[in-house]
Design a protein around this ligand. Sequence first.
Ligand SMILES: Nc1ncnc2c1ncn2[C@@H]1O[C@H](COP(=O)(O)OP(=O)(O)OP(=O)(O)O)[C@@H](O)[C@H]1O
Length: 279
Amino acid sequence: MISGTPPGHAPAIELRGASKVFRTPSGASHTAVRDLDLTVEQGEFVAVVGPTGCGKSTTLTLVSGLEEPTDGEVLVGGEQVTGIRPEVGFVFQQDAVFPWRTVLSNVMAGPRFRGVPRAEARERARDWLGRVGLASFADRYPHQLSGGQRKRVALAQTFVCDPAILLMDEPFSALDVQTRALMSDELLELWGGSHGGRAASVVFVTHDLEEAIALADKVVVMTAGPATVKQVFPVRLPRPRKVEAVRLEAEFVEIYREIWSSLGEEVRITRERGASRVA
Ligand SMILES: Nc1ncnc2c1ncn2[C@@H]1O[C@H](COP(=O)(O)OP(=O)(O)OP(=O)(O)O)[C@@H](O)[C@H]1O
């Protein structure tokens, strides 16, 4: 797996002084993201943590092209983002599966939508179903699967489109702790073999600091809303990693402590604001 942006190449993602102001139904304006600078190098796995409601999802929607920044710039591969781009894949908390389609048909849907001939789409879908351990579930419907299996379908659906960039918004938060650890390991394996073996560039939003450290090359701590980058922590734990094992390493515990003291402060600010609003 090759990671990092080669000289002369643009980073995978760049946000430069990006801000997003929403208009609320009452007509007031709400700044969700303010003056945010963030760079994700090619092949880099970046985890984003921050207090609830600070603007993490909004940051992802700016990169995805679903929303435009009110100010500043958002670039993907050195180009201004003006809409949804084919090389960007998403995995969200809710599974984006079609309930009336079989697992195979769900995984084929992305390539078919992109004009891949049916036979080739089927072959690629079967290949990815094999890689996520669901080869024998191809004919099932989503409601006949467990939460973890549905999440695997969602991963296969995303990776089958060979994304250069992967945006993940709390993808495993609905899963139990054990399944979550398993899925994190699987994600790391799939990521290593993604995008023709060059590894996709990932932005992974999570509330779980352990998950963030176990997965990422760097952890970005956001401020209490409006979101801006407070601090960036490189995670130099060796790869390949197994999340359950890596958690026990002294270096992991050390970096956890450091990031938590940075993040905890923002969580406290957010809580105090909430309390003063209630009061
Ligand atoms: N379309 C919208 N219109 C108005 N306000 C919005 C809109 N989308 C988000 N917001 C507000 O912007 C802020 C940031 O929301 P966002 O979903 O980005 O936070 P988050 O950090 O992802 O939250 P959480 O951790 O709880 O998932 C919140 O106060 C939210 O209410």
